[in-house]
Design a protein around this ligand. Structure first.
Ligand SMILES: [Zn+2]
Length: 304
């Protein structure tokens, strides 16, 4: 029996491996969530600087200096190595093992004893758990692999949106194109026309809501990133899933948003990112969509 056959036939081995894979990917997602917004911000600053130094003589020298400094201090997902934000202690490989290192270090930096956020192991555990759910429902298939990529991307995008109120095009658009591409093959949940209409309808329905809301109130209720995220979900899951995703995301947004408001006793409205709710709704619809529909029909007295 080959290793692949063993993984396909033994559910416990398969799910354990997928949990481990999820933990490792979660550790990488922590780096993406932490560094990607900074990389983008630096890119935008450099682009603005380049533009200003070309058009406004007064900005030329300071801008050239800034761009020069940037080239000396390169910053990417892989460089420099991870360090403690308090004391710059270089994190060694055995201090970087998902979850275990955090428990072993008791949530403290080994050098300066400052707290290491519990969010790092929680993101790793969440990624592991989400991966196991996908593995359990979709089995050892190529479809499972592609849905893992979708789920991991949703985790990274949600947390970046939560931290920065920003859903980067550099993430939403490639994953949306990937969803459309995958729909051309057998290992997709939907047919190409369902994916294509899903992407278009996903973008346009939030775009329409945004502009009606803006006309009526003069305020911007959400961002363009949200339209692209719903287009992404439409591309992966087809137009049929959009009503459920919109409903679930609005419900979870209303419940969580109101609870936070009441708990923190906020009077004025602060902007709440919608991306995490769309992602949660997308994941629920992906895995339990049929069950939720059936439960709903049962609830309103119709049976299928
Ligand atoms: Zn430290």
């Amino acid at each position: 029996m080959t290793i692949i056959e063993l993984i396909q036939t033994n559910q416990i081995i398969f799910l354990s491996l997928i949990f481990l894979l999820g933990l490792i990917v979660g550790s990488f997602l922590n780096v993406v969530i932490y560094r990607f917004p900074t990389i983008l911000q630096r890119q935008w600053q450099d682009e603005c600087c380049e533009y200003l130094s070309e058009t406004e003589p007064a900005y030329k020298t300071p801008c050239q200096q800034t761009i020069g400094q940037r080239e000396h201090s390169k910053f990417s997902l892989s460089y420099p190595n991870s360090t403690c934000p308090h004391c710059s202690h270089k994190i060694r490989f055995y201090e970087n093992i998902p979850v275990i290192s955090w428990l072993f270090l008791k949530g403290q930096c080994s050098s300066c004893q400052n707290t290491i956020s519990i969010r790092y192991p929680l993101v790793e555990l969440l990624t592991g758990f989400v991966s196991v759910v996908i593995g359990f429902y979709f089995g050892a298939t190529i479809l499972c692999l592609s849905l893992l990529i979708l789920s991991w991307s949703l985790i990274a995008m949600s947390l970046i949106d939560y931290d920065t109120q920003l859903l980067p095009d550099d993430m939403t658009l490639p994953i949306m194109w990937l969803g459309l591409l995958i729909s051309l093959f057998d290992w997709s949940l939907v047919y190409p026309e369902q994916a294509l209409i899903g992407a278009i309808a996903g973008y346009l329905c939030l775009w329409t809501v945004f502009h009606i809301f803006k006309l009526a109130t003069g305020k911007e209720g959400m961002g363009y990133g949200d339209f692209k995220l719903l287009a992404l979900l439409g591309a992966w899951m087809g137009w049929q899933s959009l009503p459920m995703i919109i409903l679930l995301s609005s419900l979870s947004g209303a419940v969580i948003g109101l609870s936070v408001k009441i708990l923190k006793r906020q009077k004025e409205s602060i902007p709440i990112p919608f991306g995490p709710y769309l992602s949660i709704a997308g994941f629920l619809a992906l895995v339990w969509g049929k069950d939720i529909t059936q439960a709903y029909y049962h609830f309103i007295g119709l049976s299928l």
